[in-house]
Design a binder for this molecule. Structure first.
Ligand code: PLP
Length: 457
């Protein structure tokens, strides 16, 4: 256990980094999260890009999801954002968790999450991963293949299984390309095979794809699941969980209401028996809108491309940092307010590395007023699948996060055993810049036996 702990301290570092990077959530009495960012930028003291994490927004999202789909229990997909405060907020909100690796299970167990509140929702696992989940007390996992069943039989025979079926739809990340068996003959064959191996299948899981814009995908999934429940019942076996996955869009606020309406109706039609447990694994919907990136610019260069002026904007975060494909790129703005005379021009956003693939949103035309190196860009809705993807490429840093919370929410959270008093800064100095990521200068001459091969003239 100790070795593993050290491993995660040093190698994985995610949660530990999270701990180290945050100097406590700022409890805001009169200011808004945007005020905090504006004060910081206007002070001129903050030089590096930074995120503002608005805990109230994430909290509102959780409550809204619950109110729209009262029958559906949220198992937060922590891969979307596993920062310490997001996890603690999810825990205090009574959510379960969807994990996809032993590292995620470990991080949750460190925060005292009950292993029975975790589904290991990954249909392809190694023996070692299964053993880790099993020994941690996790009971539930998914499968979509015959080999996986054989591995489960050998290494995790008491697991409670959900068959992962494929549900097609239009989405940003089409997960059906990678996971999910066919919902009829293929699934039935696997269910019968599991029964022949005396494995316990307790439900059906699907994921309509991350950032799913097809309105009827969840309904299709529920209909397929119902047919599989009936198959099992005919065979004298009983399933009791439907897992409707994630895929809920994060940038359009009324979208969840429409999808919830369809899901609620489908649940009434296909699963009127309330003893069937219905769970969902939203990631993006919960965490995306609560993070805004304020990104500084390190340079601007004007070029002519196809007889048109294009502003090449070199940002201080990029593809190897936290910026990926995002549904909300059209919401990117320059921080400095535009004058009436200013028009929008084509811009290419480059990341800070020397790599020419470090270009943000290659196939998307970004229109911005002219920027200078002293400008900032504001990138809203950046909380999902951003930090998790950041690399250490070229020793470039990941932006720091300033966490903010209202006094009202703070009153609710501070009493929980999950947060500590030291997790909050009660009278914050909102002018205070975030700790720099620039490394310490080494001034002393390094005298080693290693001779430098070349010295510059
Ligand atoms: N559940 C599973 C099994 C996933 O693979 C994912 C994302 O890849 C999620 C949930 C979260 O999806 P989203 O962030 O789109 O809600």
């Amino acid at each position: 256990h100790k070795v593993l702990h050290n491993y995660y301290m040093t190698m994985n570092g995610k949660l530990q980094n999270g701990f180290a990077m945050h100097s406590g959530a700022f409890v805001l009495k009169t200011h808004s999260p945007a005020d905090v960012a504006h004060t910081l930028i206007d002070s001129g003291r903050q030089k590096e890009p930074f995120y503002v994490f608005d805990m109230d927004e994430a909290h509102r999202r959780i409550q809204h999801f619950k109110s729209q789909m009262p029958r559906v229990q949220i198992f937060y997909a922590m891969k979307a954002n596993d920062s310490e405060y997001m996890l603690k907020l999810a825990i205090t909100s009574g959510l379960g968790f969807d994990c996809a690796s032993p590292g995620e299970i470990y991080n949750l167990r460190q925060l005292n999450v009950n292993a029975k509140s975790i589904i290991y929702a990954m249909p392809s696992k190694t023996a070692e991963q299964m053993i880790y989940a099993r020994d941690s007390g996790v009971l539930h996992t998914t499968f979509d293949s015959s080999y996986e069943l054989k591995k489960i039989k050998q290494y995790w025979p008491d697991a409670r299984l959900l068959v992962r079926i494929r549900v097609e739809g239009k989405s940003v990340y089409n997960l059906g390309d990678k996971f999910g068996c066919g919902h009829d003959t293929e699934a039935i064959k696997l269910l019968d095979e599991a029964a022949a191996l005396s494995l316990k299948v307790v439900g059906v899981a699907f994921h309509v794809g991350s950032g799913c814009s097809s309105i009827d995908s969840h309904e299709n999934g529920l209909r397929y699941a119902k047919a599989l429940f009936e198959h099992e019942a005919r065979a004298g076996r009983q399933m009791k969980i439907v897992d409707i996955g994630g895929g809920f869009l994060s940038d359009k606020t009324d979208r969840i209401d429409q999808v919830a309406n369809i899901i609620n109706k489908a649940l009434e039609e296909y699963f009127p028996d309330k003893s069937v447990q219905v769970i969902a694994e939203p990631g993006r919907y919960i965490c995306d809108s609560s993070y805004t990136l304020y990104c500084s610019i390190n340079n601007v260069r004007q070029v002519i491309k196809d007889k048109e002026v294009v502003n090449m904007i070199y940002l201080n975060d990029g593809l190897y940092g936290t910026l990926r494909y995002n549904e909300s790129w059209h919401k990117v703005k320059r921080y400095r307010v535009s004058t009436d005379e200013e028009s929008l021009e084509k811009a290419i956003l480059w990341g800070p590395s020397c790599d020419s693939t470090d270009r943000i949103m290659e196939n998307f035309t970004i229109l911005l007023p002219q920027c200078t190196p002293s400008d900032w860009l504001v990138l809203p809705i950046q909380g999902a699948y951003s930090f998790g993807f950041a690399t250490n490429f070229s020793c470039l840093p990941t932006p720091r996060t300033r966490i903010v919370i209202s006094t009202e929410l703070w009153y609710k959270l501070k009493e929980s055993k999950v947060f500590k008093a030291s997790d909050f800064v009660v009278n914050p100095d909102i002018n205070e810049p975030l700790p720099t990521t620039i490394p310490k200068v080494i001034t002393e001459n390094i005298t080693t036996d290693v001779k430098s091969p070349f010295l510059l003239a």
